[in-house]
Design a protein around this ligand. Sequence first.
Ligand code: SF4
Length: 480
Amino acid sequence: MANTQIAAARSGEITTEIERVAERENRDPEFVREQVAEGQAVIPANRNHDALDPMIIGREFSTKVNANIGNSETTSDLETELEKLHTAVHYGADTVMDLGTGSDLDEIREAHVEHSPIPIGTVPLYEAVKRAESPEEITTELLLAVIEKQAEQGVDYMTIHAGILAEHLPLTDGRKTGIVSRGGSIMAQWMEERGEQNPLFRVYDDICEIFAEHDVTFSLGDSLRPGSLADACDEAQYAELDTLGELTRIAWDHDVQVMVEGPGHVPMHRVAENIARQQDVCDGAPFYVLGPLVTDIAPGYDHITSAIGAAMAAQAGAAMLCYVTPKEHLGLPEEEDVRDGLAAYRIAAHSGDVANGLPGARDWDDALSEARYDFDWREQFRLALDPDRARDYHDQTLPGDNYKEARFCSMCGVDFCSMRIDQDARDVEDGEMSELETTTDLESSPAAEVNLPPVGTHDSSVPSKDETGEDALVERAGDD
Ligand code: SF4
């Protein structure tokens, strides 16, 4: 039997990684074990990654965010690459993918694994291309050698572009933006030049054996993801998804953990369809989506266009979101781009968790709202997703210490601060607006028909609509 998290979970064992994940997610270890055993969640934890603090990716757990780092052919040095890892962890990435294509790939990868408390993902095809010097020269032997070496180095999950098949390629002919996945375009070129089937597909069982030995998790690449709204949900995308479903089940047969990658560029009204289809075709294996961008018109702001889709995807059941920075489609991101991209995606992930009623997710929102209403500025900064930015923005106009207790900020100003006005209008003792009831005949007000008695959340004595139903509320209005 393989020595993997899924194999252990299937045998009923609660591993130390499962224990740790349960603690981090505040869930029952037995529930975590079941999710891993059934392939509904993955714990990417290569046995050679000593610095790892285990985490879990699955739709029943908090939505995770990945940040891509790595050098390019034009920029490359170890110190800079370690700084990128530090930046990603600092701003809240749950995993990082080292997509380096420059020099010193081995040295940088080893340093990343050595220093990273979060899982490291890679795309071994990129190193294979570097070593083969041209994509057509890649061999199955080279691919397996690169994959095995990276597994030995401690990489926790790898994107494997095994799902794009020769028979899928004609389906992309009418596309507006062709094949936009880097790995997908390389595999397509290889198949076209050589007239052979995808080599990663051909040696997929061998890859499974390597992954089983080191407990590497599959991240099955969506080579035919749409690169534009026009290509979303087309035959090519869904044909590859069917193959990814088959590959998922083969990996599970080898006791190897699997997550599946997804699009890309998808209009809002089709995001949920993508998640539901993947969950169905891949038997609930965690879905790891790139965005999706919900419009193509905003280069320079694609962390926003994609975070909209990412939030919808998280609500619909995506387990991990691959961040997109403002530099998407334009250039290699700098530190500030990484910060903005991660903020956008952590917002998307958390919004999805709140919408899905993930236990405890809303507590953070409520705590911040209380600090906001209390004018507790220091607590508000501390709780903010990006505390430094919140404090900087506030202090740009009101920097003094005395403004940290002020009952206003510069947005509305001292005279028009609605929260201050609201608090002043309320009874000091109980915080209620009860004065009106004694001084005004509300029942004969022309607005009485539509302006029902107080149903605001501050008045807990009034049953919610869910408890009473619409009719009950109308009755109360009449009774009063
Ligand atoms: S001034 Fe406006 S924005 Fe600032 S705390 Fe008051 S209500 Fe909020």
